[in-house]
Design a protein around this ligand. Structure first.
Ligand code: NDP
Length: 283
């Protein structure tokens, strides 16, 4: 029987631990605050933003909400971020992506102060991850490391295959697994013999954005499978990049969708906010 890695429970544990930390910080006179900026009203973004605010409320983080109209100019957004960069009562700044087409997301990410970049997208934080310095790490891959560790799954010396090389999931995932002493292979759309490479994995991370792409033929007996994908199928049900029903009997552990990787992203965002406040206190 495969171990089902319970992201709902693990993320709840993390949020409860953070709640205690935030209460302790409040007792010393420090309030943790996150600025959340949304430009336009893309419905999926609105759901994400709402969930982030709800998590802040639960933990005791003050969330400052900036809901800007679709036609907001790039300059106006940059001006707001620069103001928040200077505001010492704000610990974290998050701009919900995607931004409207007339705004360059890379420019926006680079405008956020690296010390307040709780999404971990700023090139300075990406660089720190690569050279092993303390910074902020992209929340989804950071959450996956927590899922593995808190489920008692060792990474050290394991063959880890990450399928997908995006800046927010695949690449930081690979760096984090390497940091944990995994032997890491990164695959992408040009990879030859993807199936054979995946079959070698002790830990397989699927992050390609294709519903139920990975069936049992991609997976070694007893492997650990982490499914990052999130999709709605024809019946409006959520599914991942992995065909869970076909794979579950073959593996030693697997994340379900929903309830696996998904809830961890927000928990790690909250963790980064608390971390930002602690670091600001120590400066
Ligand atoms: P991107 O679309 O940015 O990247 C997809 C990656 O997969 C690319 O590197 C691409 O390769 C690779 N790829 C696509 N098709 C194949 C294929 N057939 N074989 C091998 N590699 C392939 O996606 P993201 O990384 O942003 O997200 C991946 C998935 O994770 C999505 O389903 C997304 O919704 C989900 N997600 C979930 C989160 C959560 O909180 N649970 C958070 C973030 C994402 P190439 O570079 O060559 O084009």
């Amino acid at each position: 029987m495969a171990q089902i890695i319970d992201g709902k429970k693990i993320s709840q544990d993390i949020k409860d631990e953070l709640k205690e930390k935030v209460t302790a910080l409040k007792d010393t006179g420090t309030e943790v605050a996150l600025a959340v900026i949304q430009v336009g009203n893309d419905p999926a973004s609105s759901v994400y933003v709402r969930n982030k605010k709800k998590a802040c409320e639960y933990i005791g983080i003050r969330s400052l909400s900036y809901e800007l109209p679709e036609e907001t100019t790039e300059d106006a957004l940059i001006e707001l971020i620069e103001k928040l960069n200077k505001n010492e009562t704000v610990n974290g700044i998050l701009v919900q992506l995607p931004v409207p087409k007339h705004i360059d997301p890379d420019k926006i990410i680079r405008t956020i102060s690296p010390e307040k970049d709780v999404d971990g997208f700023h090139p300075q934080n990406v660089g720190k991850l690569v050279i092993g310095e303390e910074g902020f790490v992209s929340c989804t891959p950071a959450g996956i490391i927590q899922l593995l560790k808190r489920s008692g799954i060792s990474i050290d010396g394991k063959d880890c295959v990450v399928v997908g090389r995006s800046n927010i999931v695949g690449k930081p995932m690979a760096m984090l697994l390497l940091r944990e002493n995994g032997t890491v292979t990164i695959c992408h759309s040009h990879t030859k013999n993807l199936k054979e490479v995946c079959q070698r994995a002790d830990i397989l991370v699927a992050a390609i954005g294709k519903p139920k792409f990975f069936d049992e033929s991609y997976v070694k007996d007893g492997a650990v499978v982490i499914d990052v994908g999130i999709h709605r199928n024809a019946e409006n049900k959520l599914c991942g990049d992995v065909d869970y029903d076909k794979v579950a009997d073959k593996v030693s552990a697997i994340t379900p969708v929903p309830g696996g990787v998904g809830p961890m992203t927000i928990a790690m965002l909250m963790n980064n906010c608390v971390e930002a406040a602690l670091r600001m206190n120590n400066r």
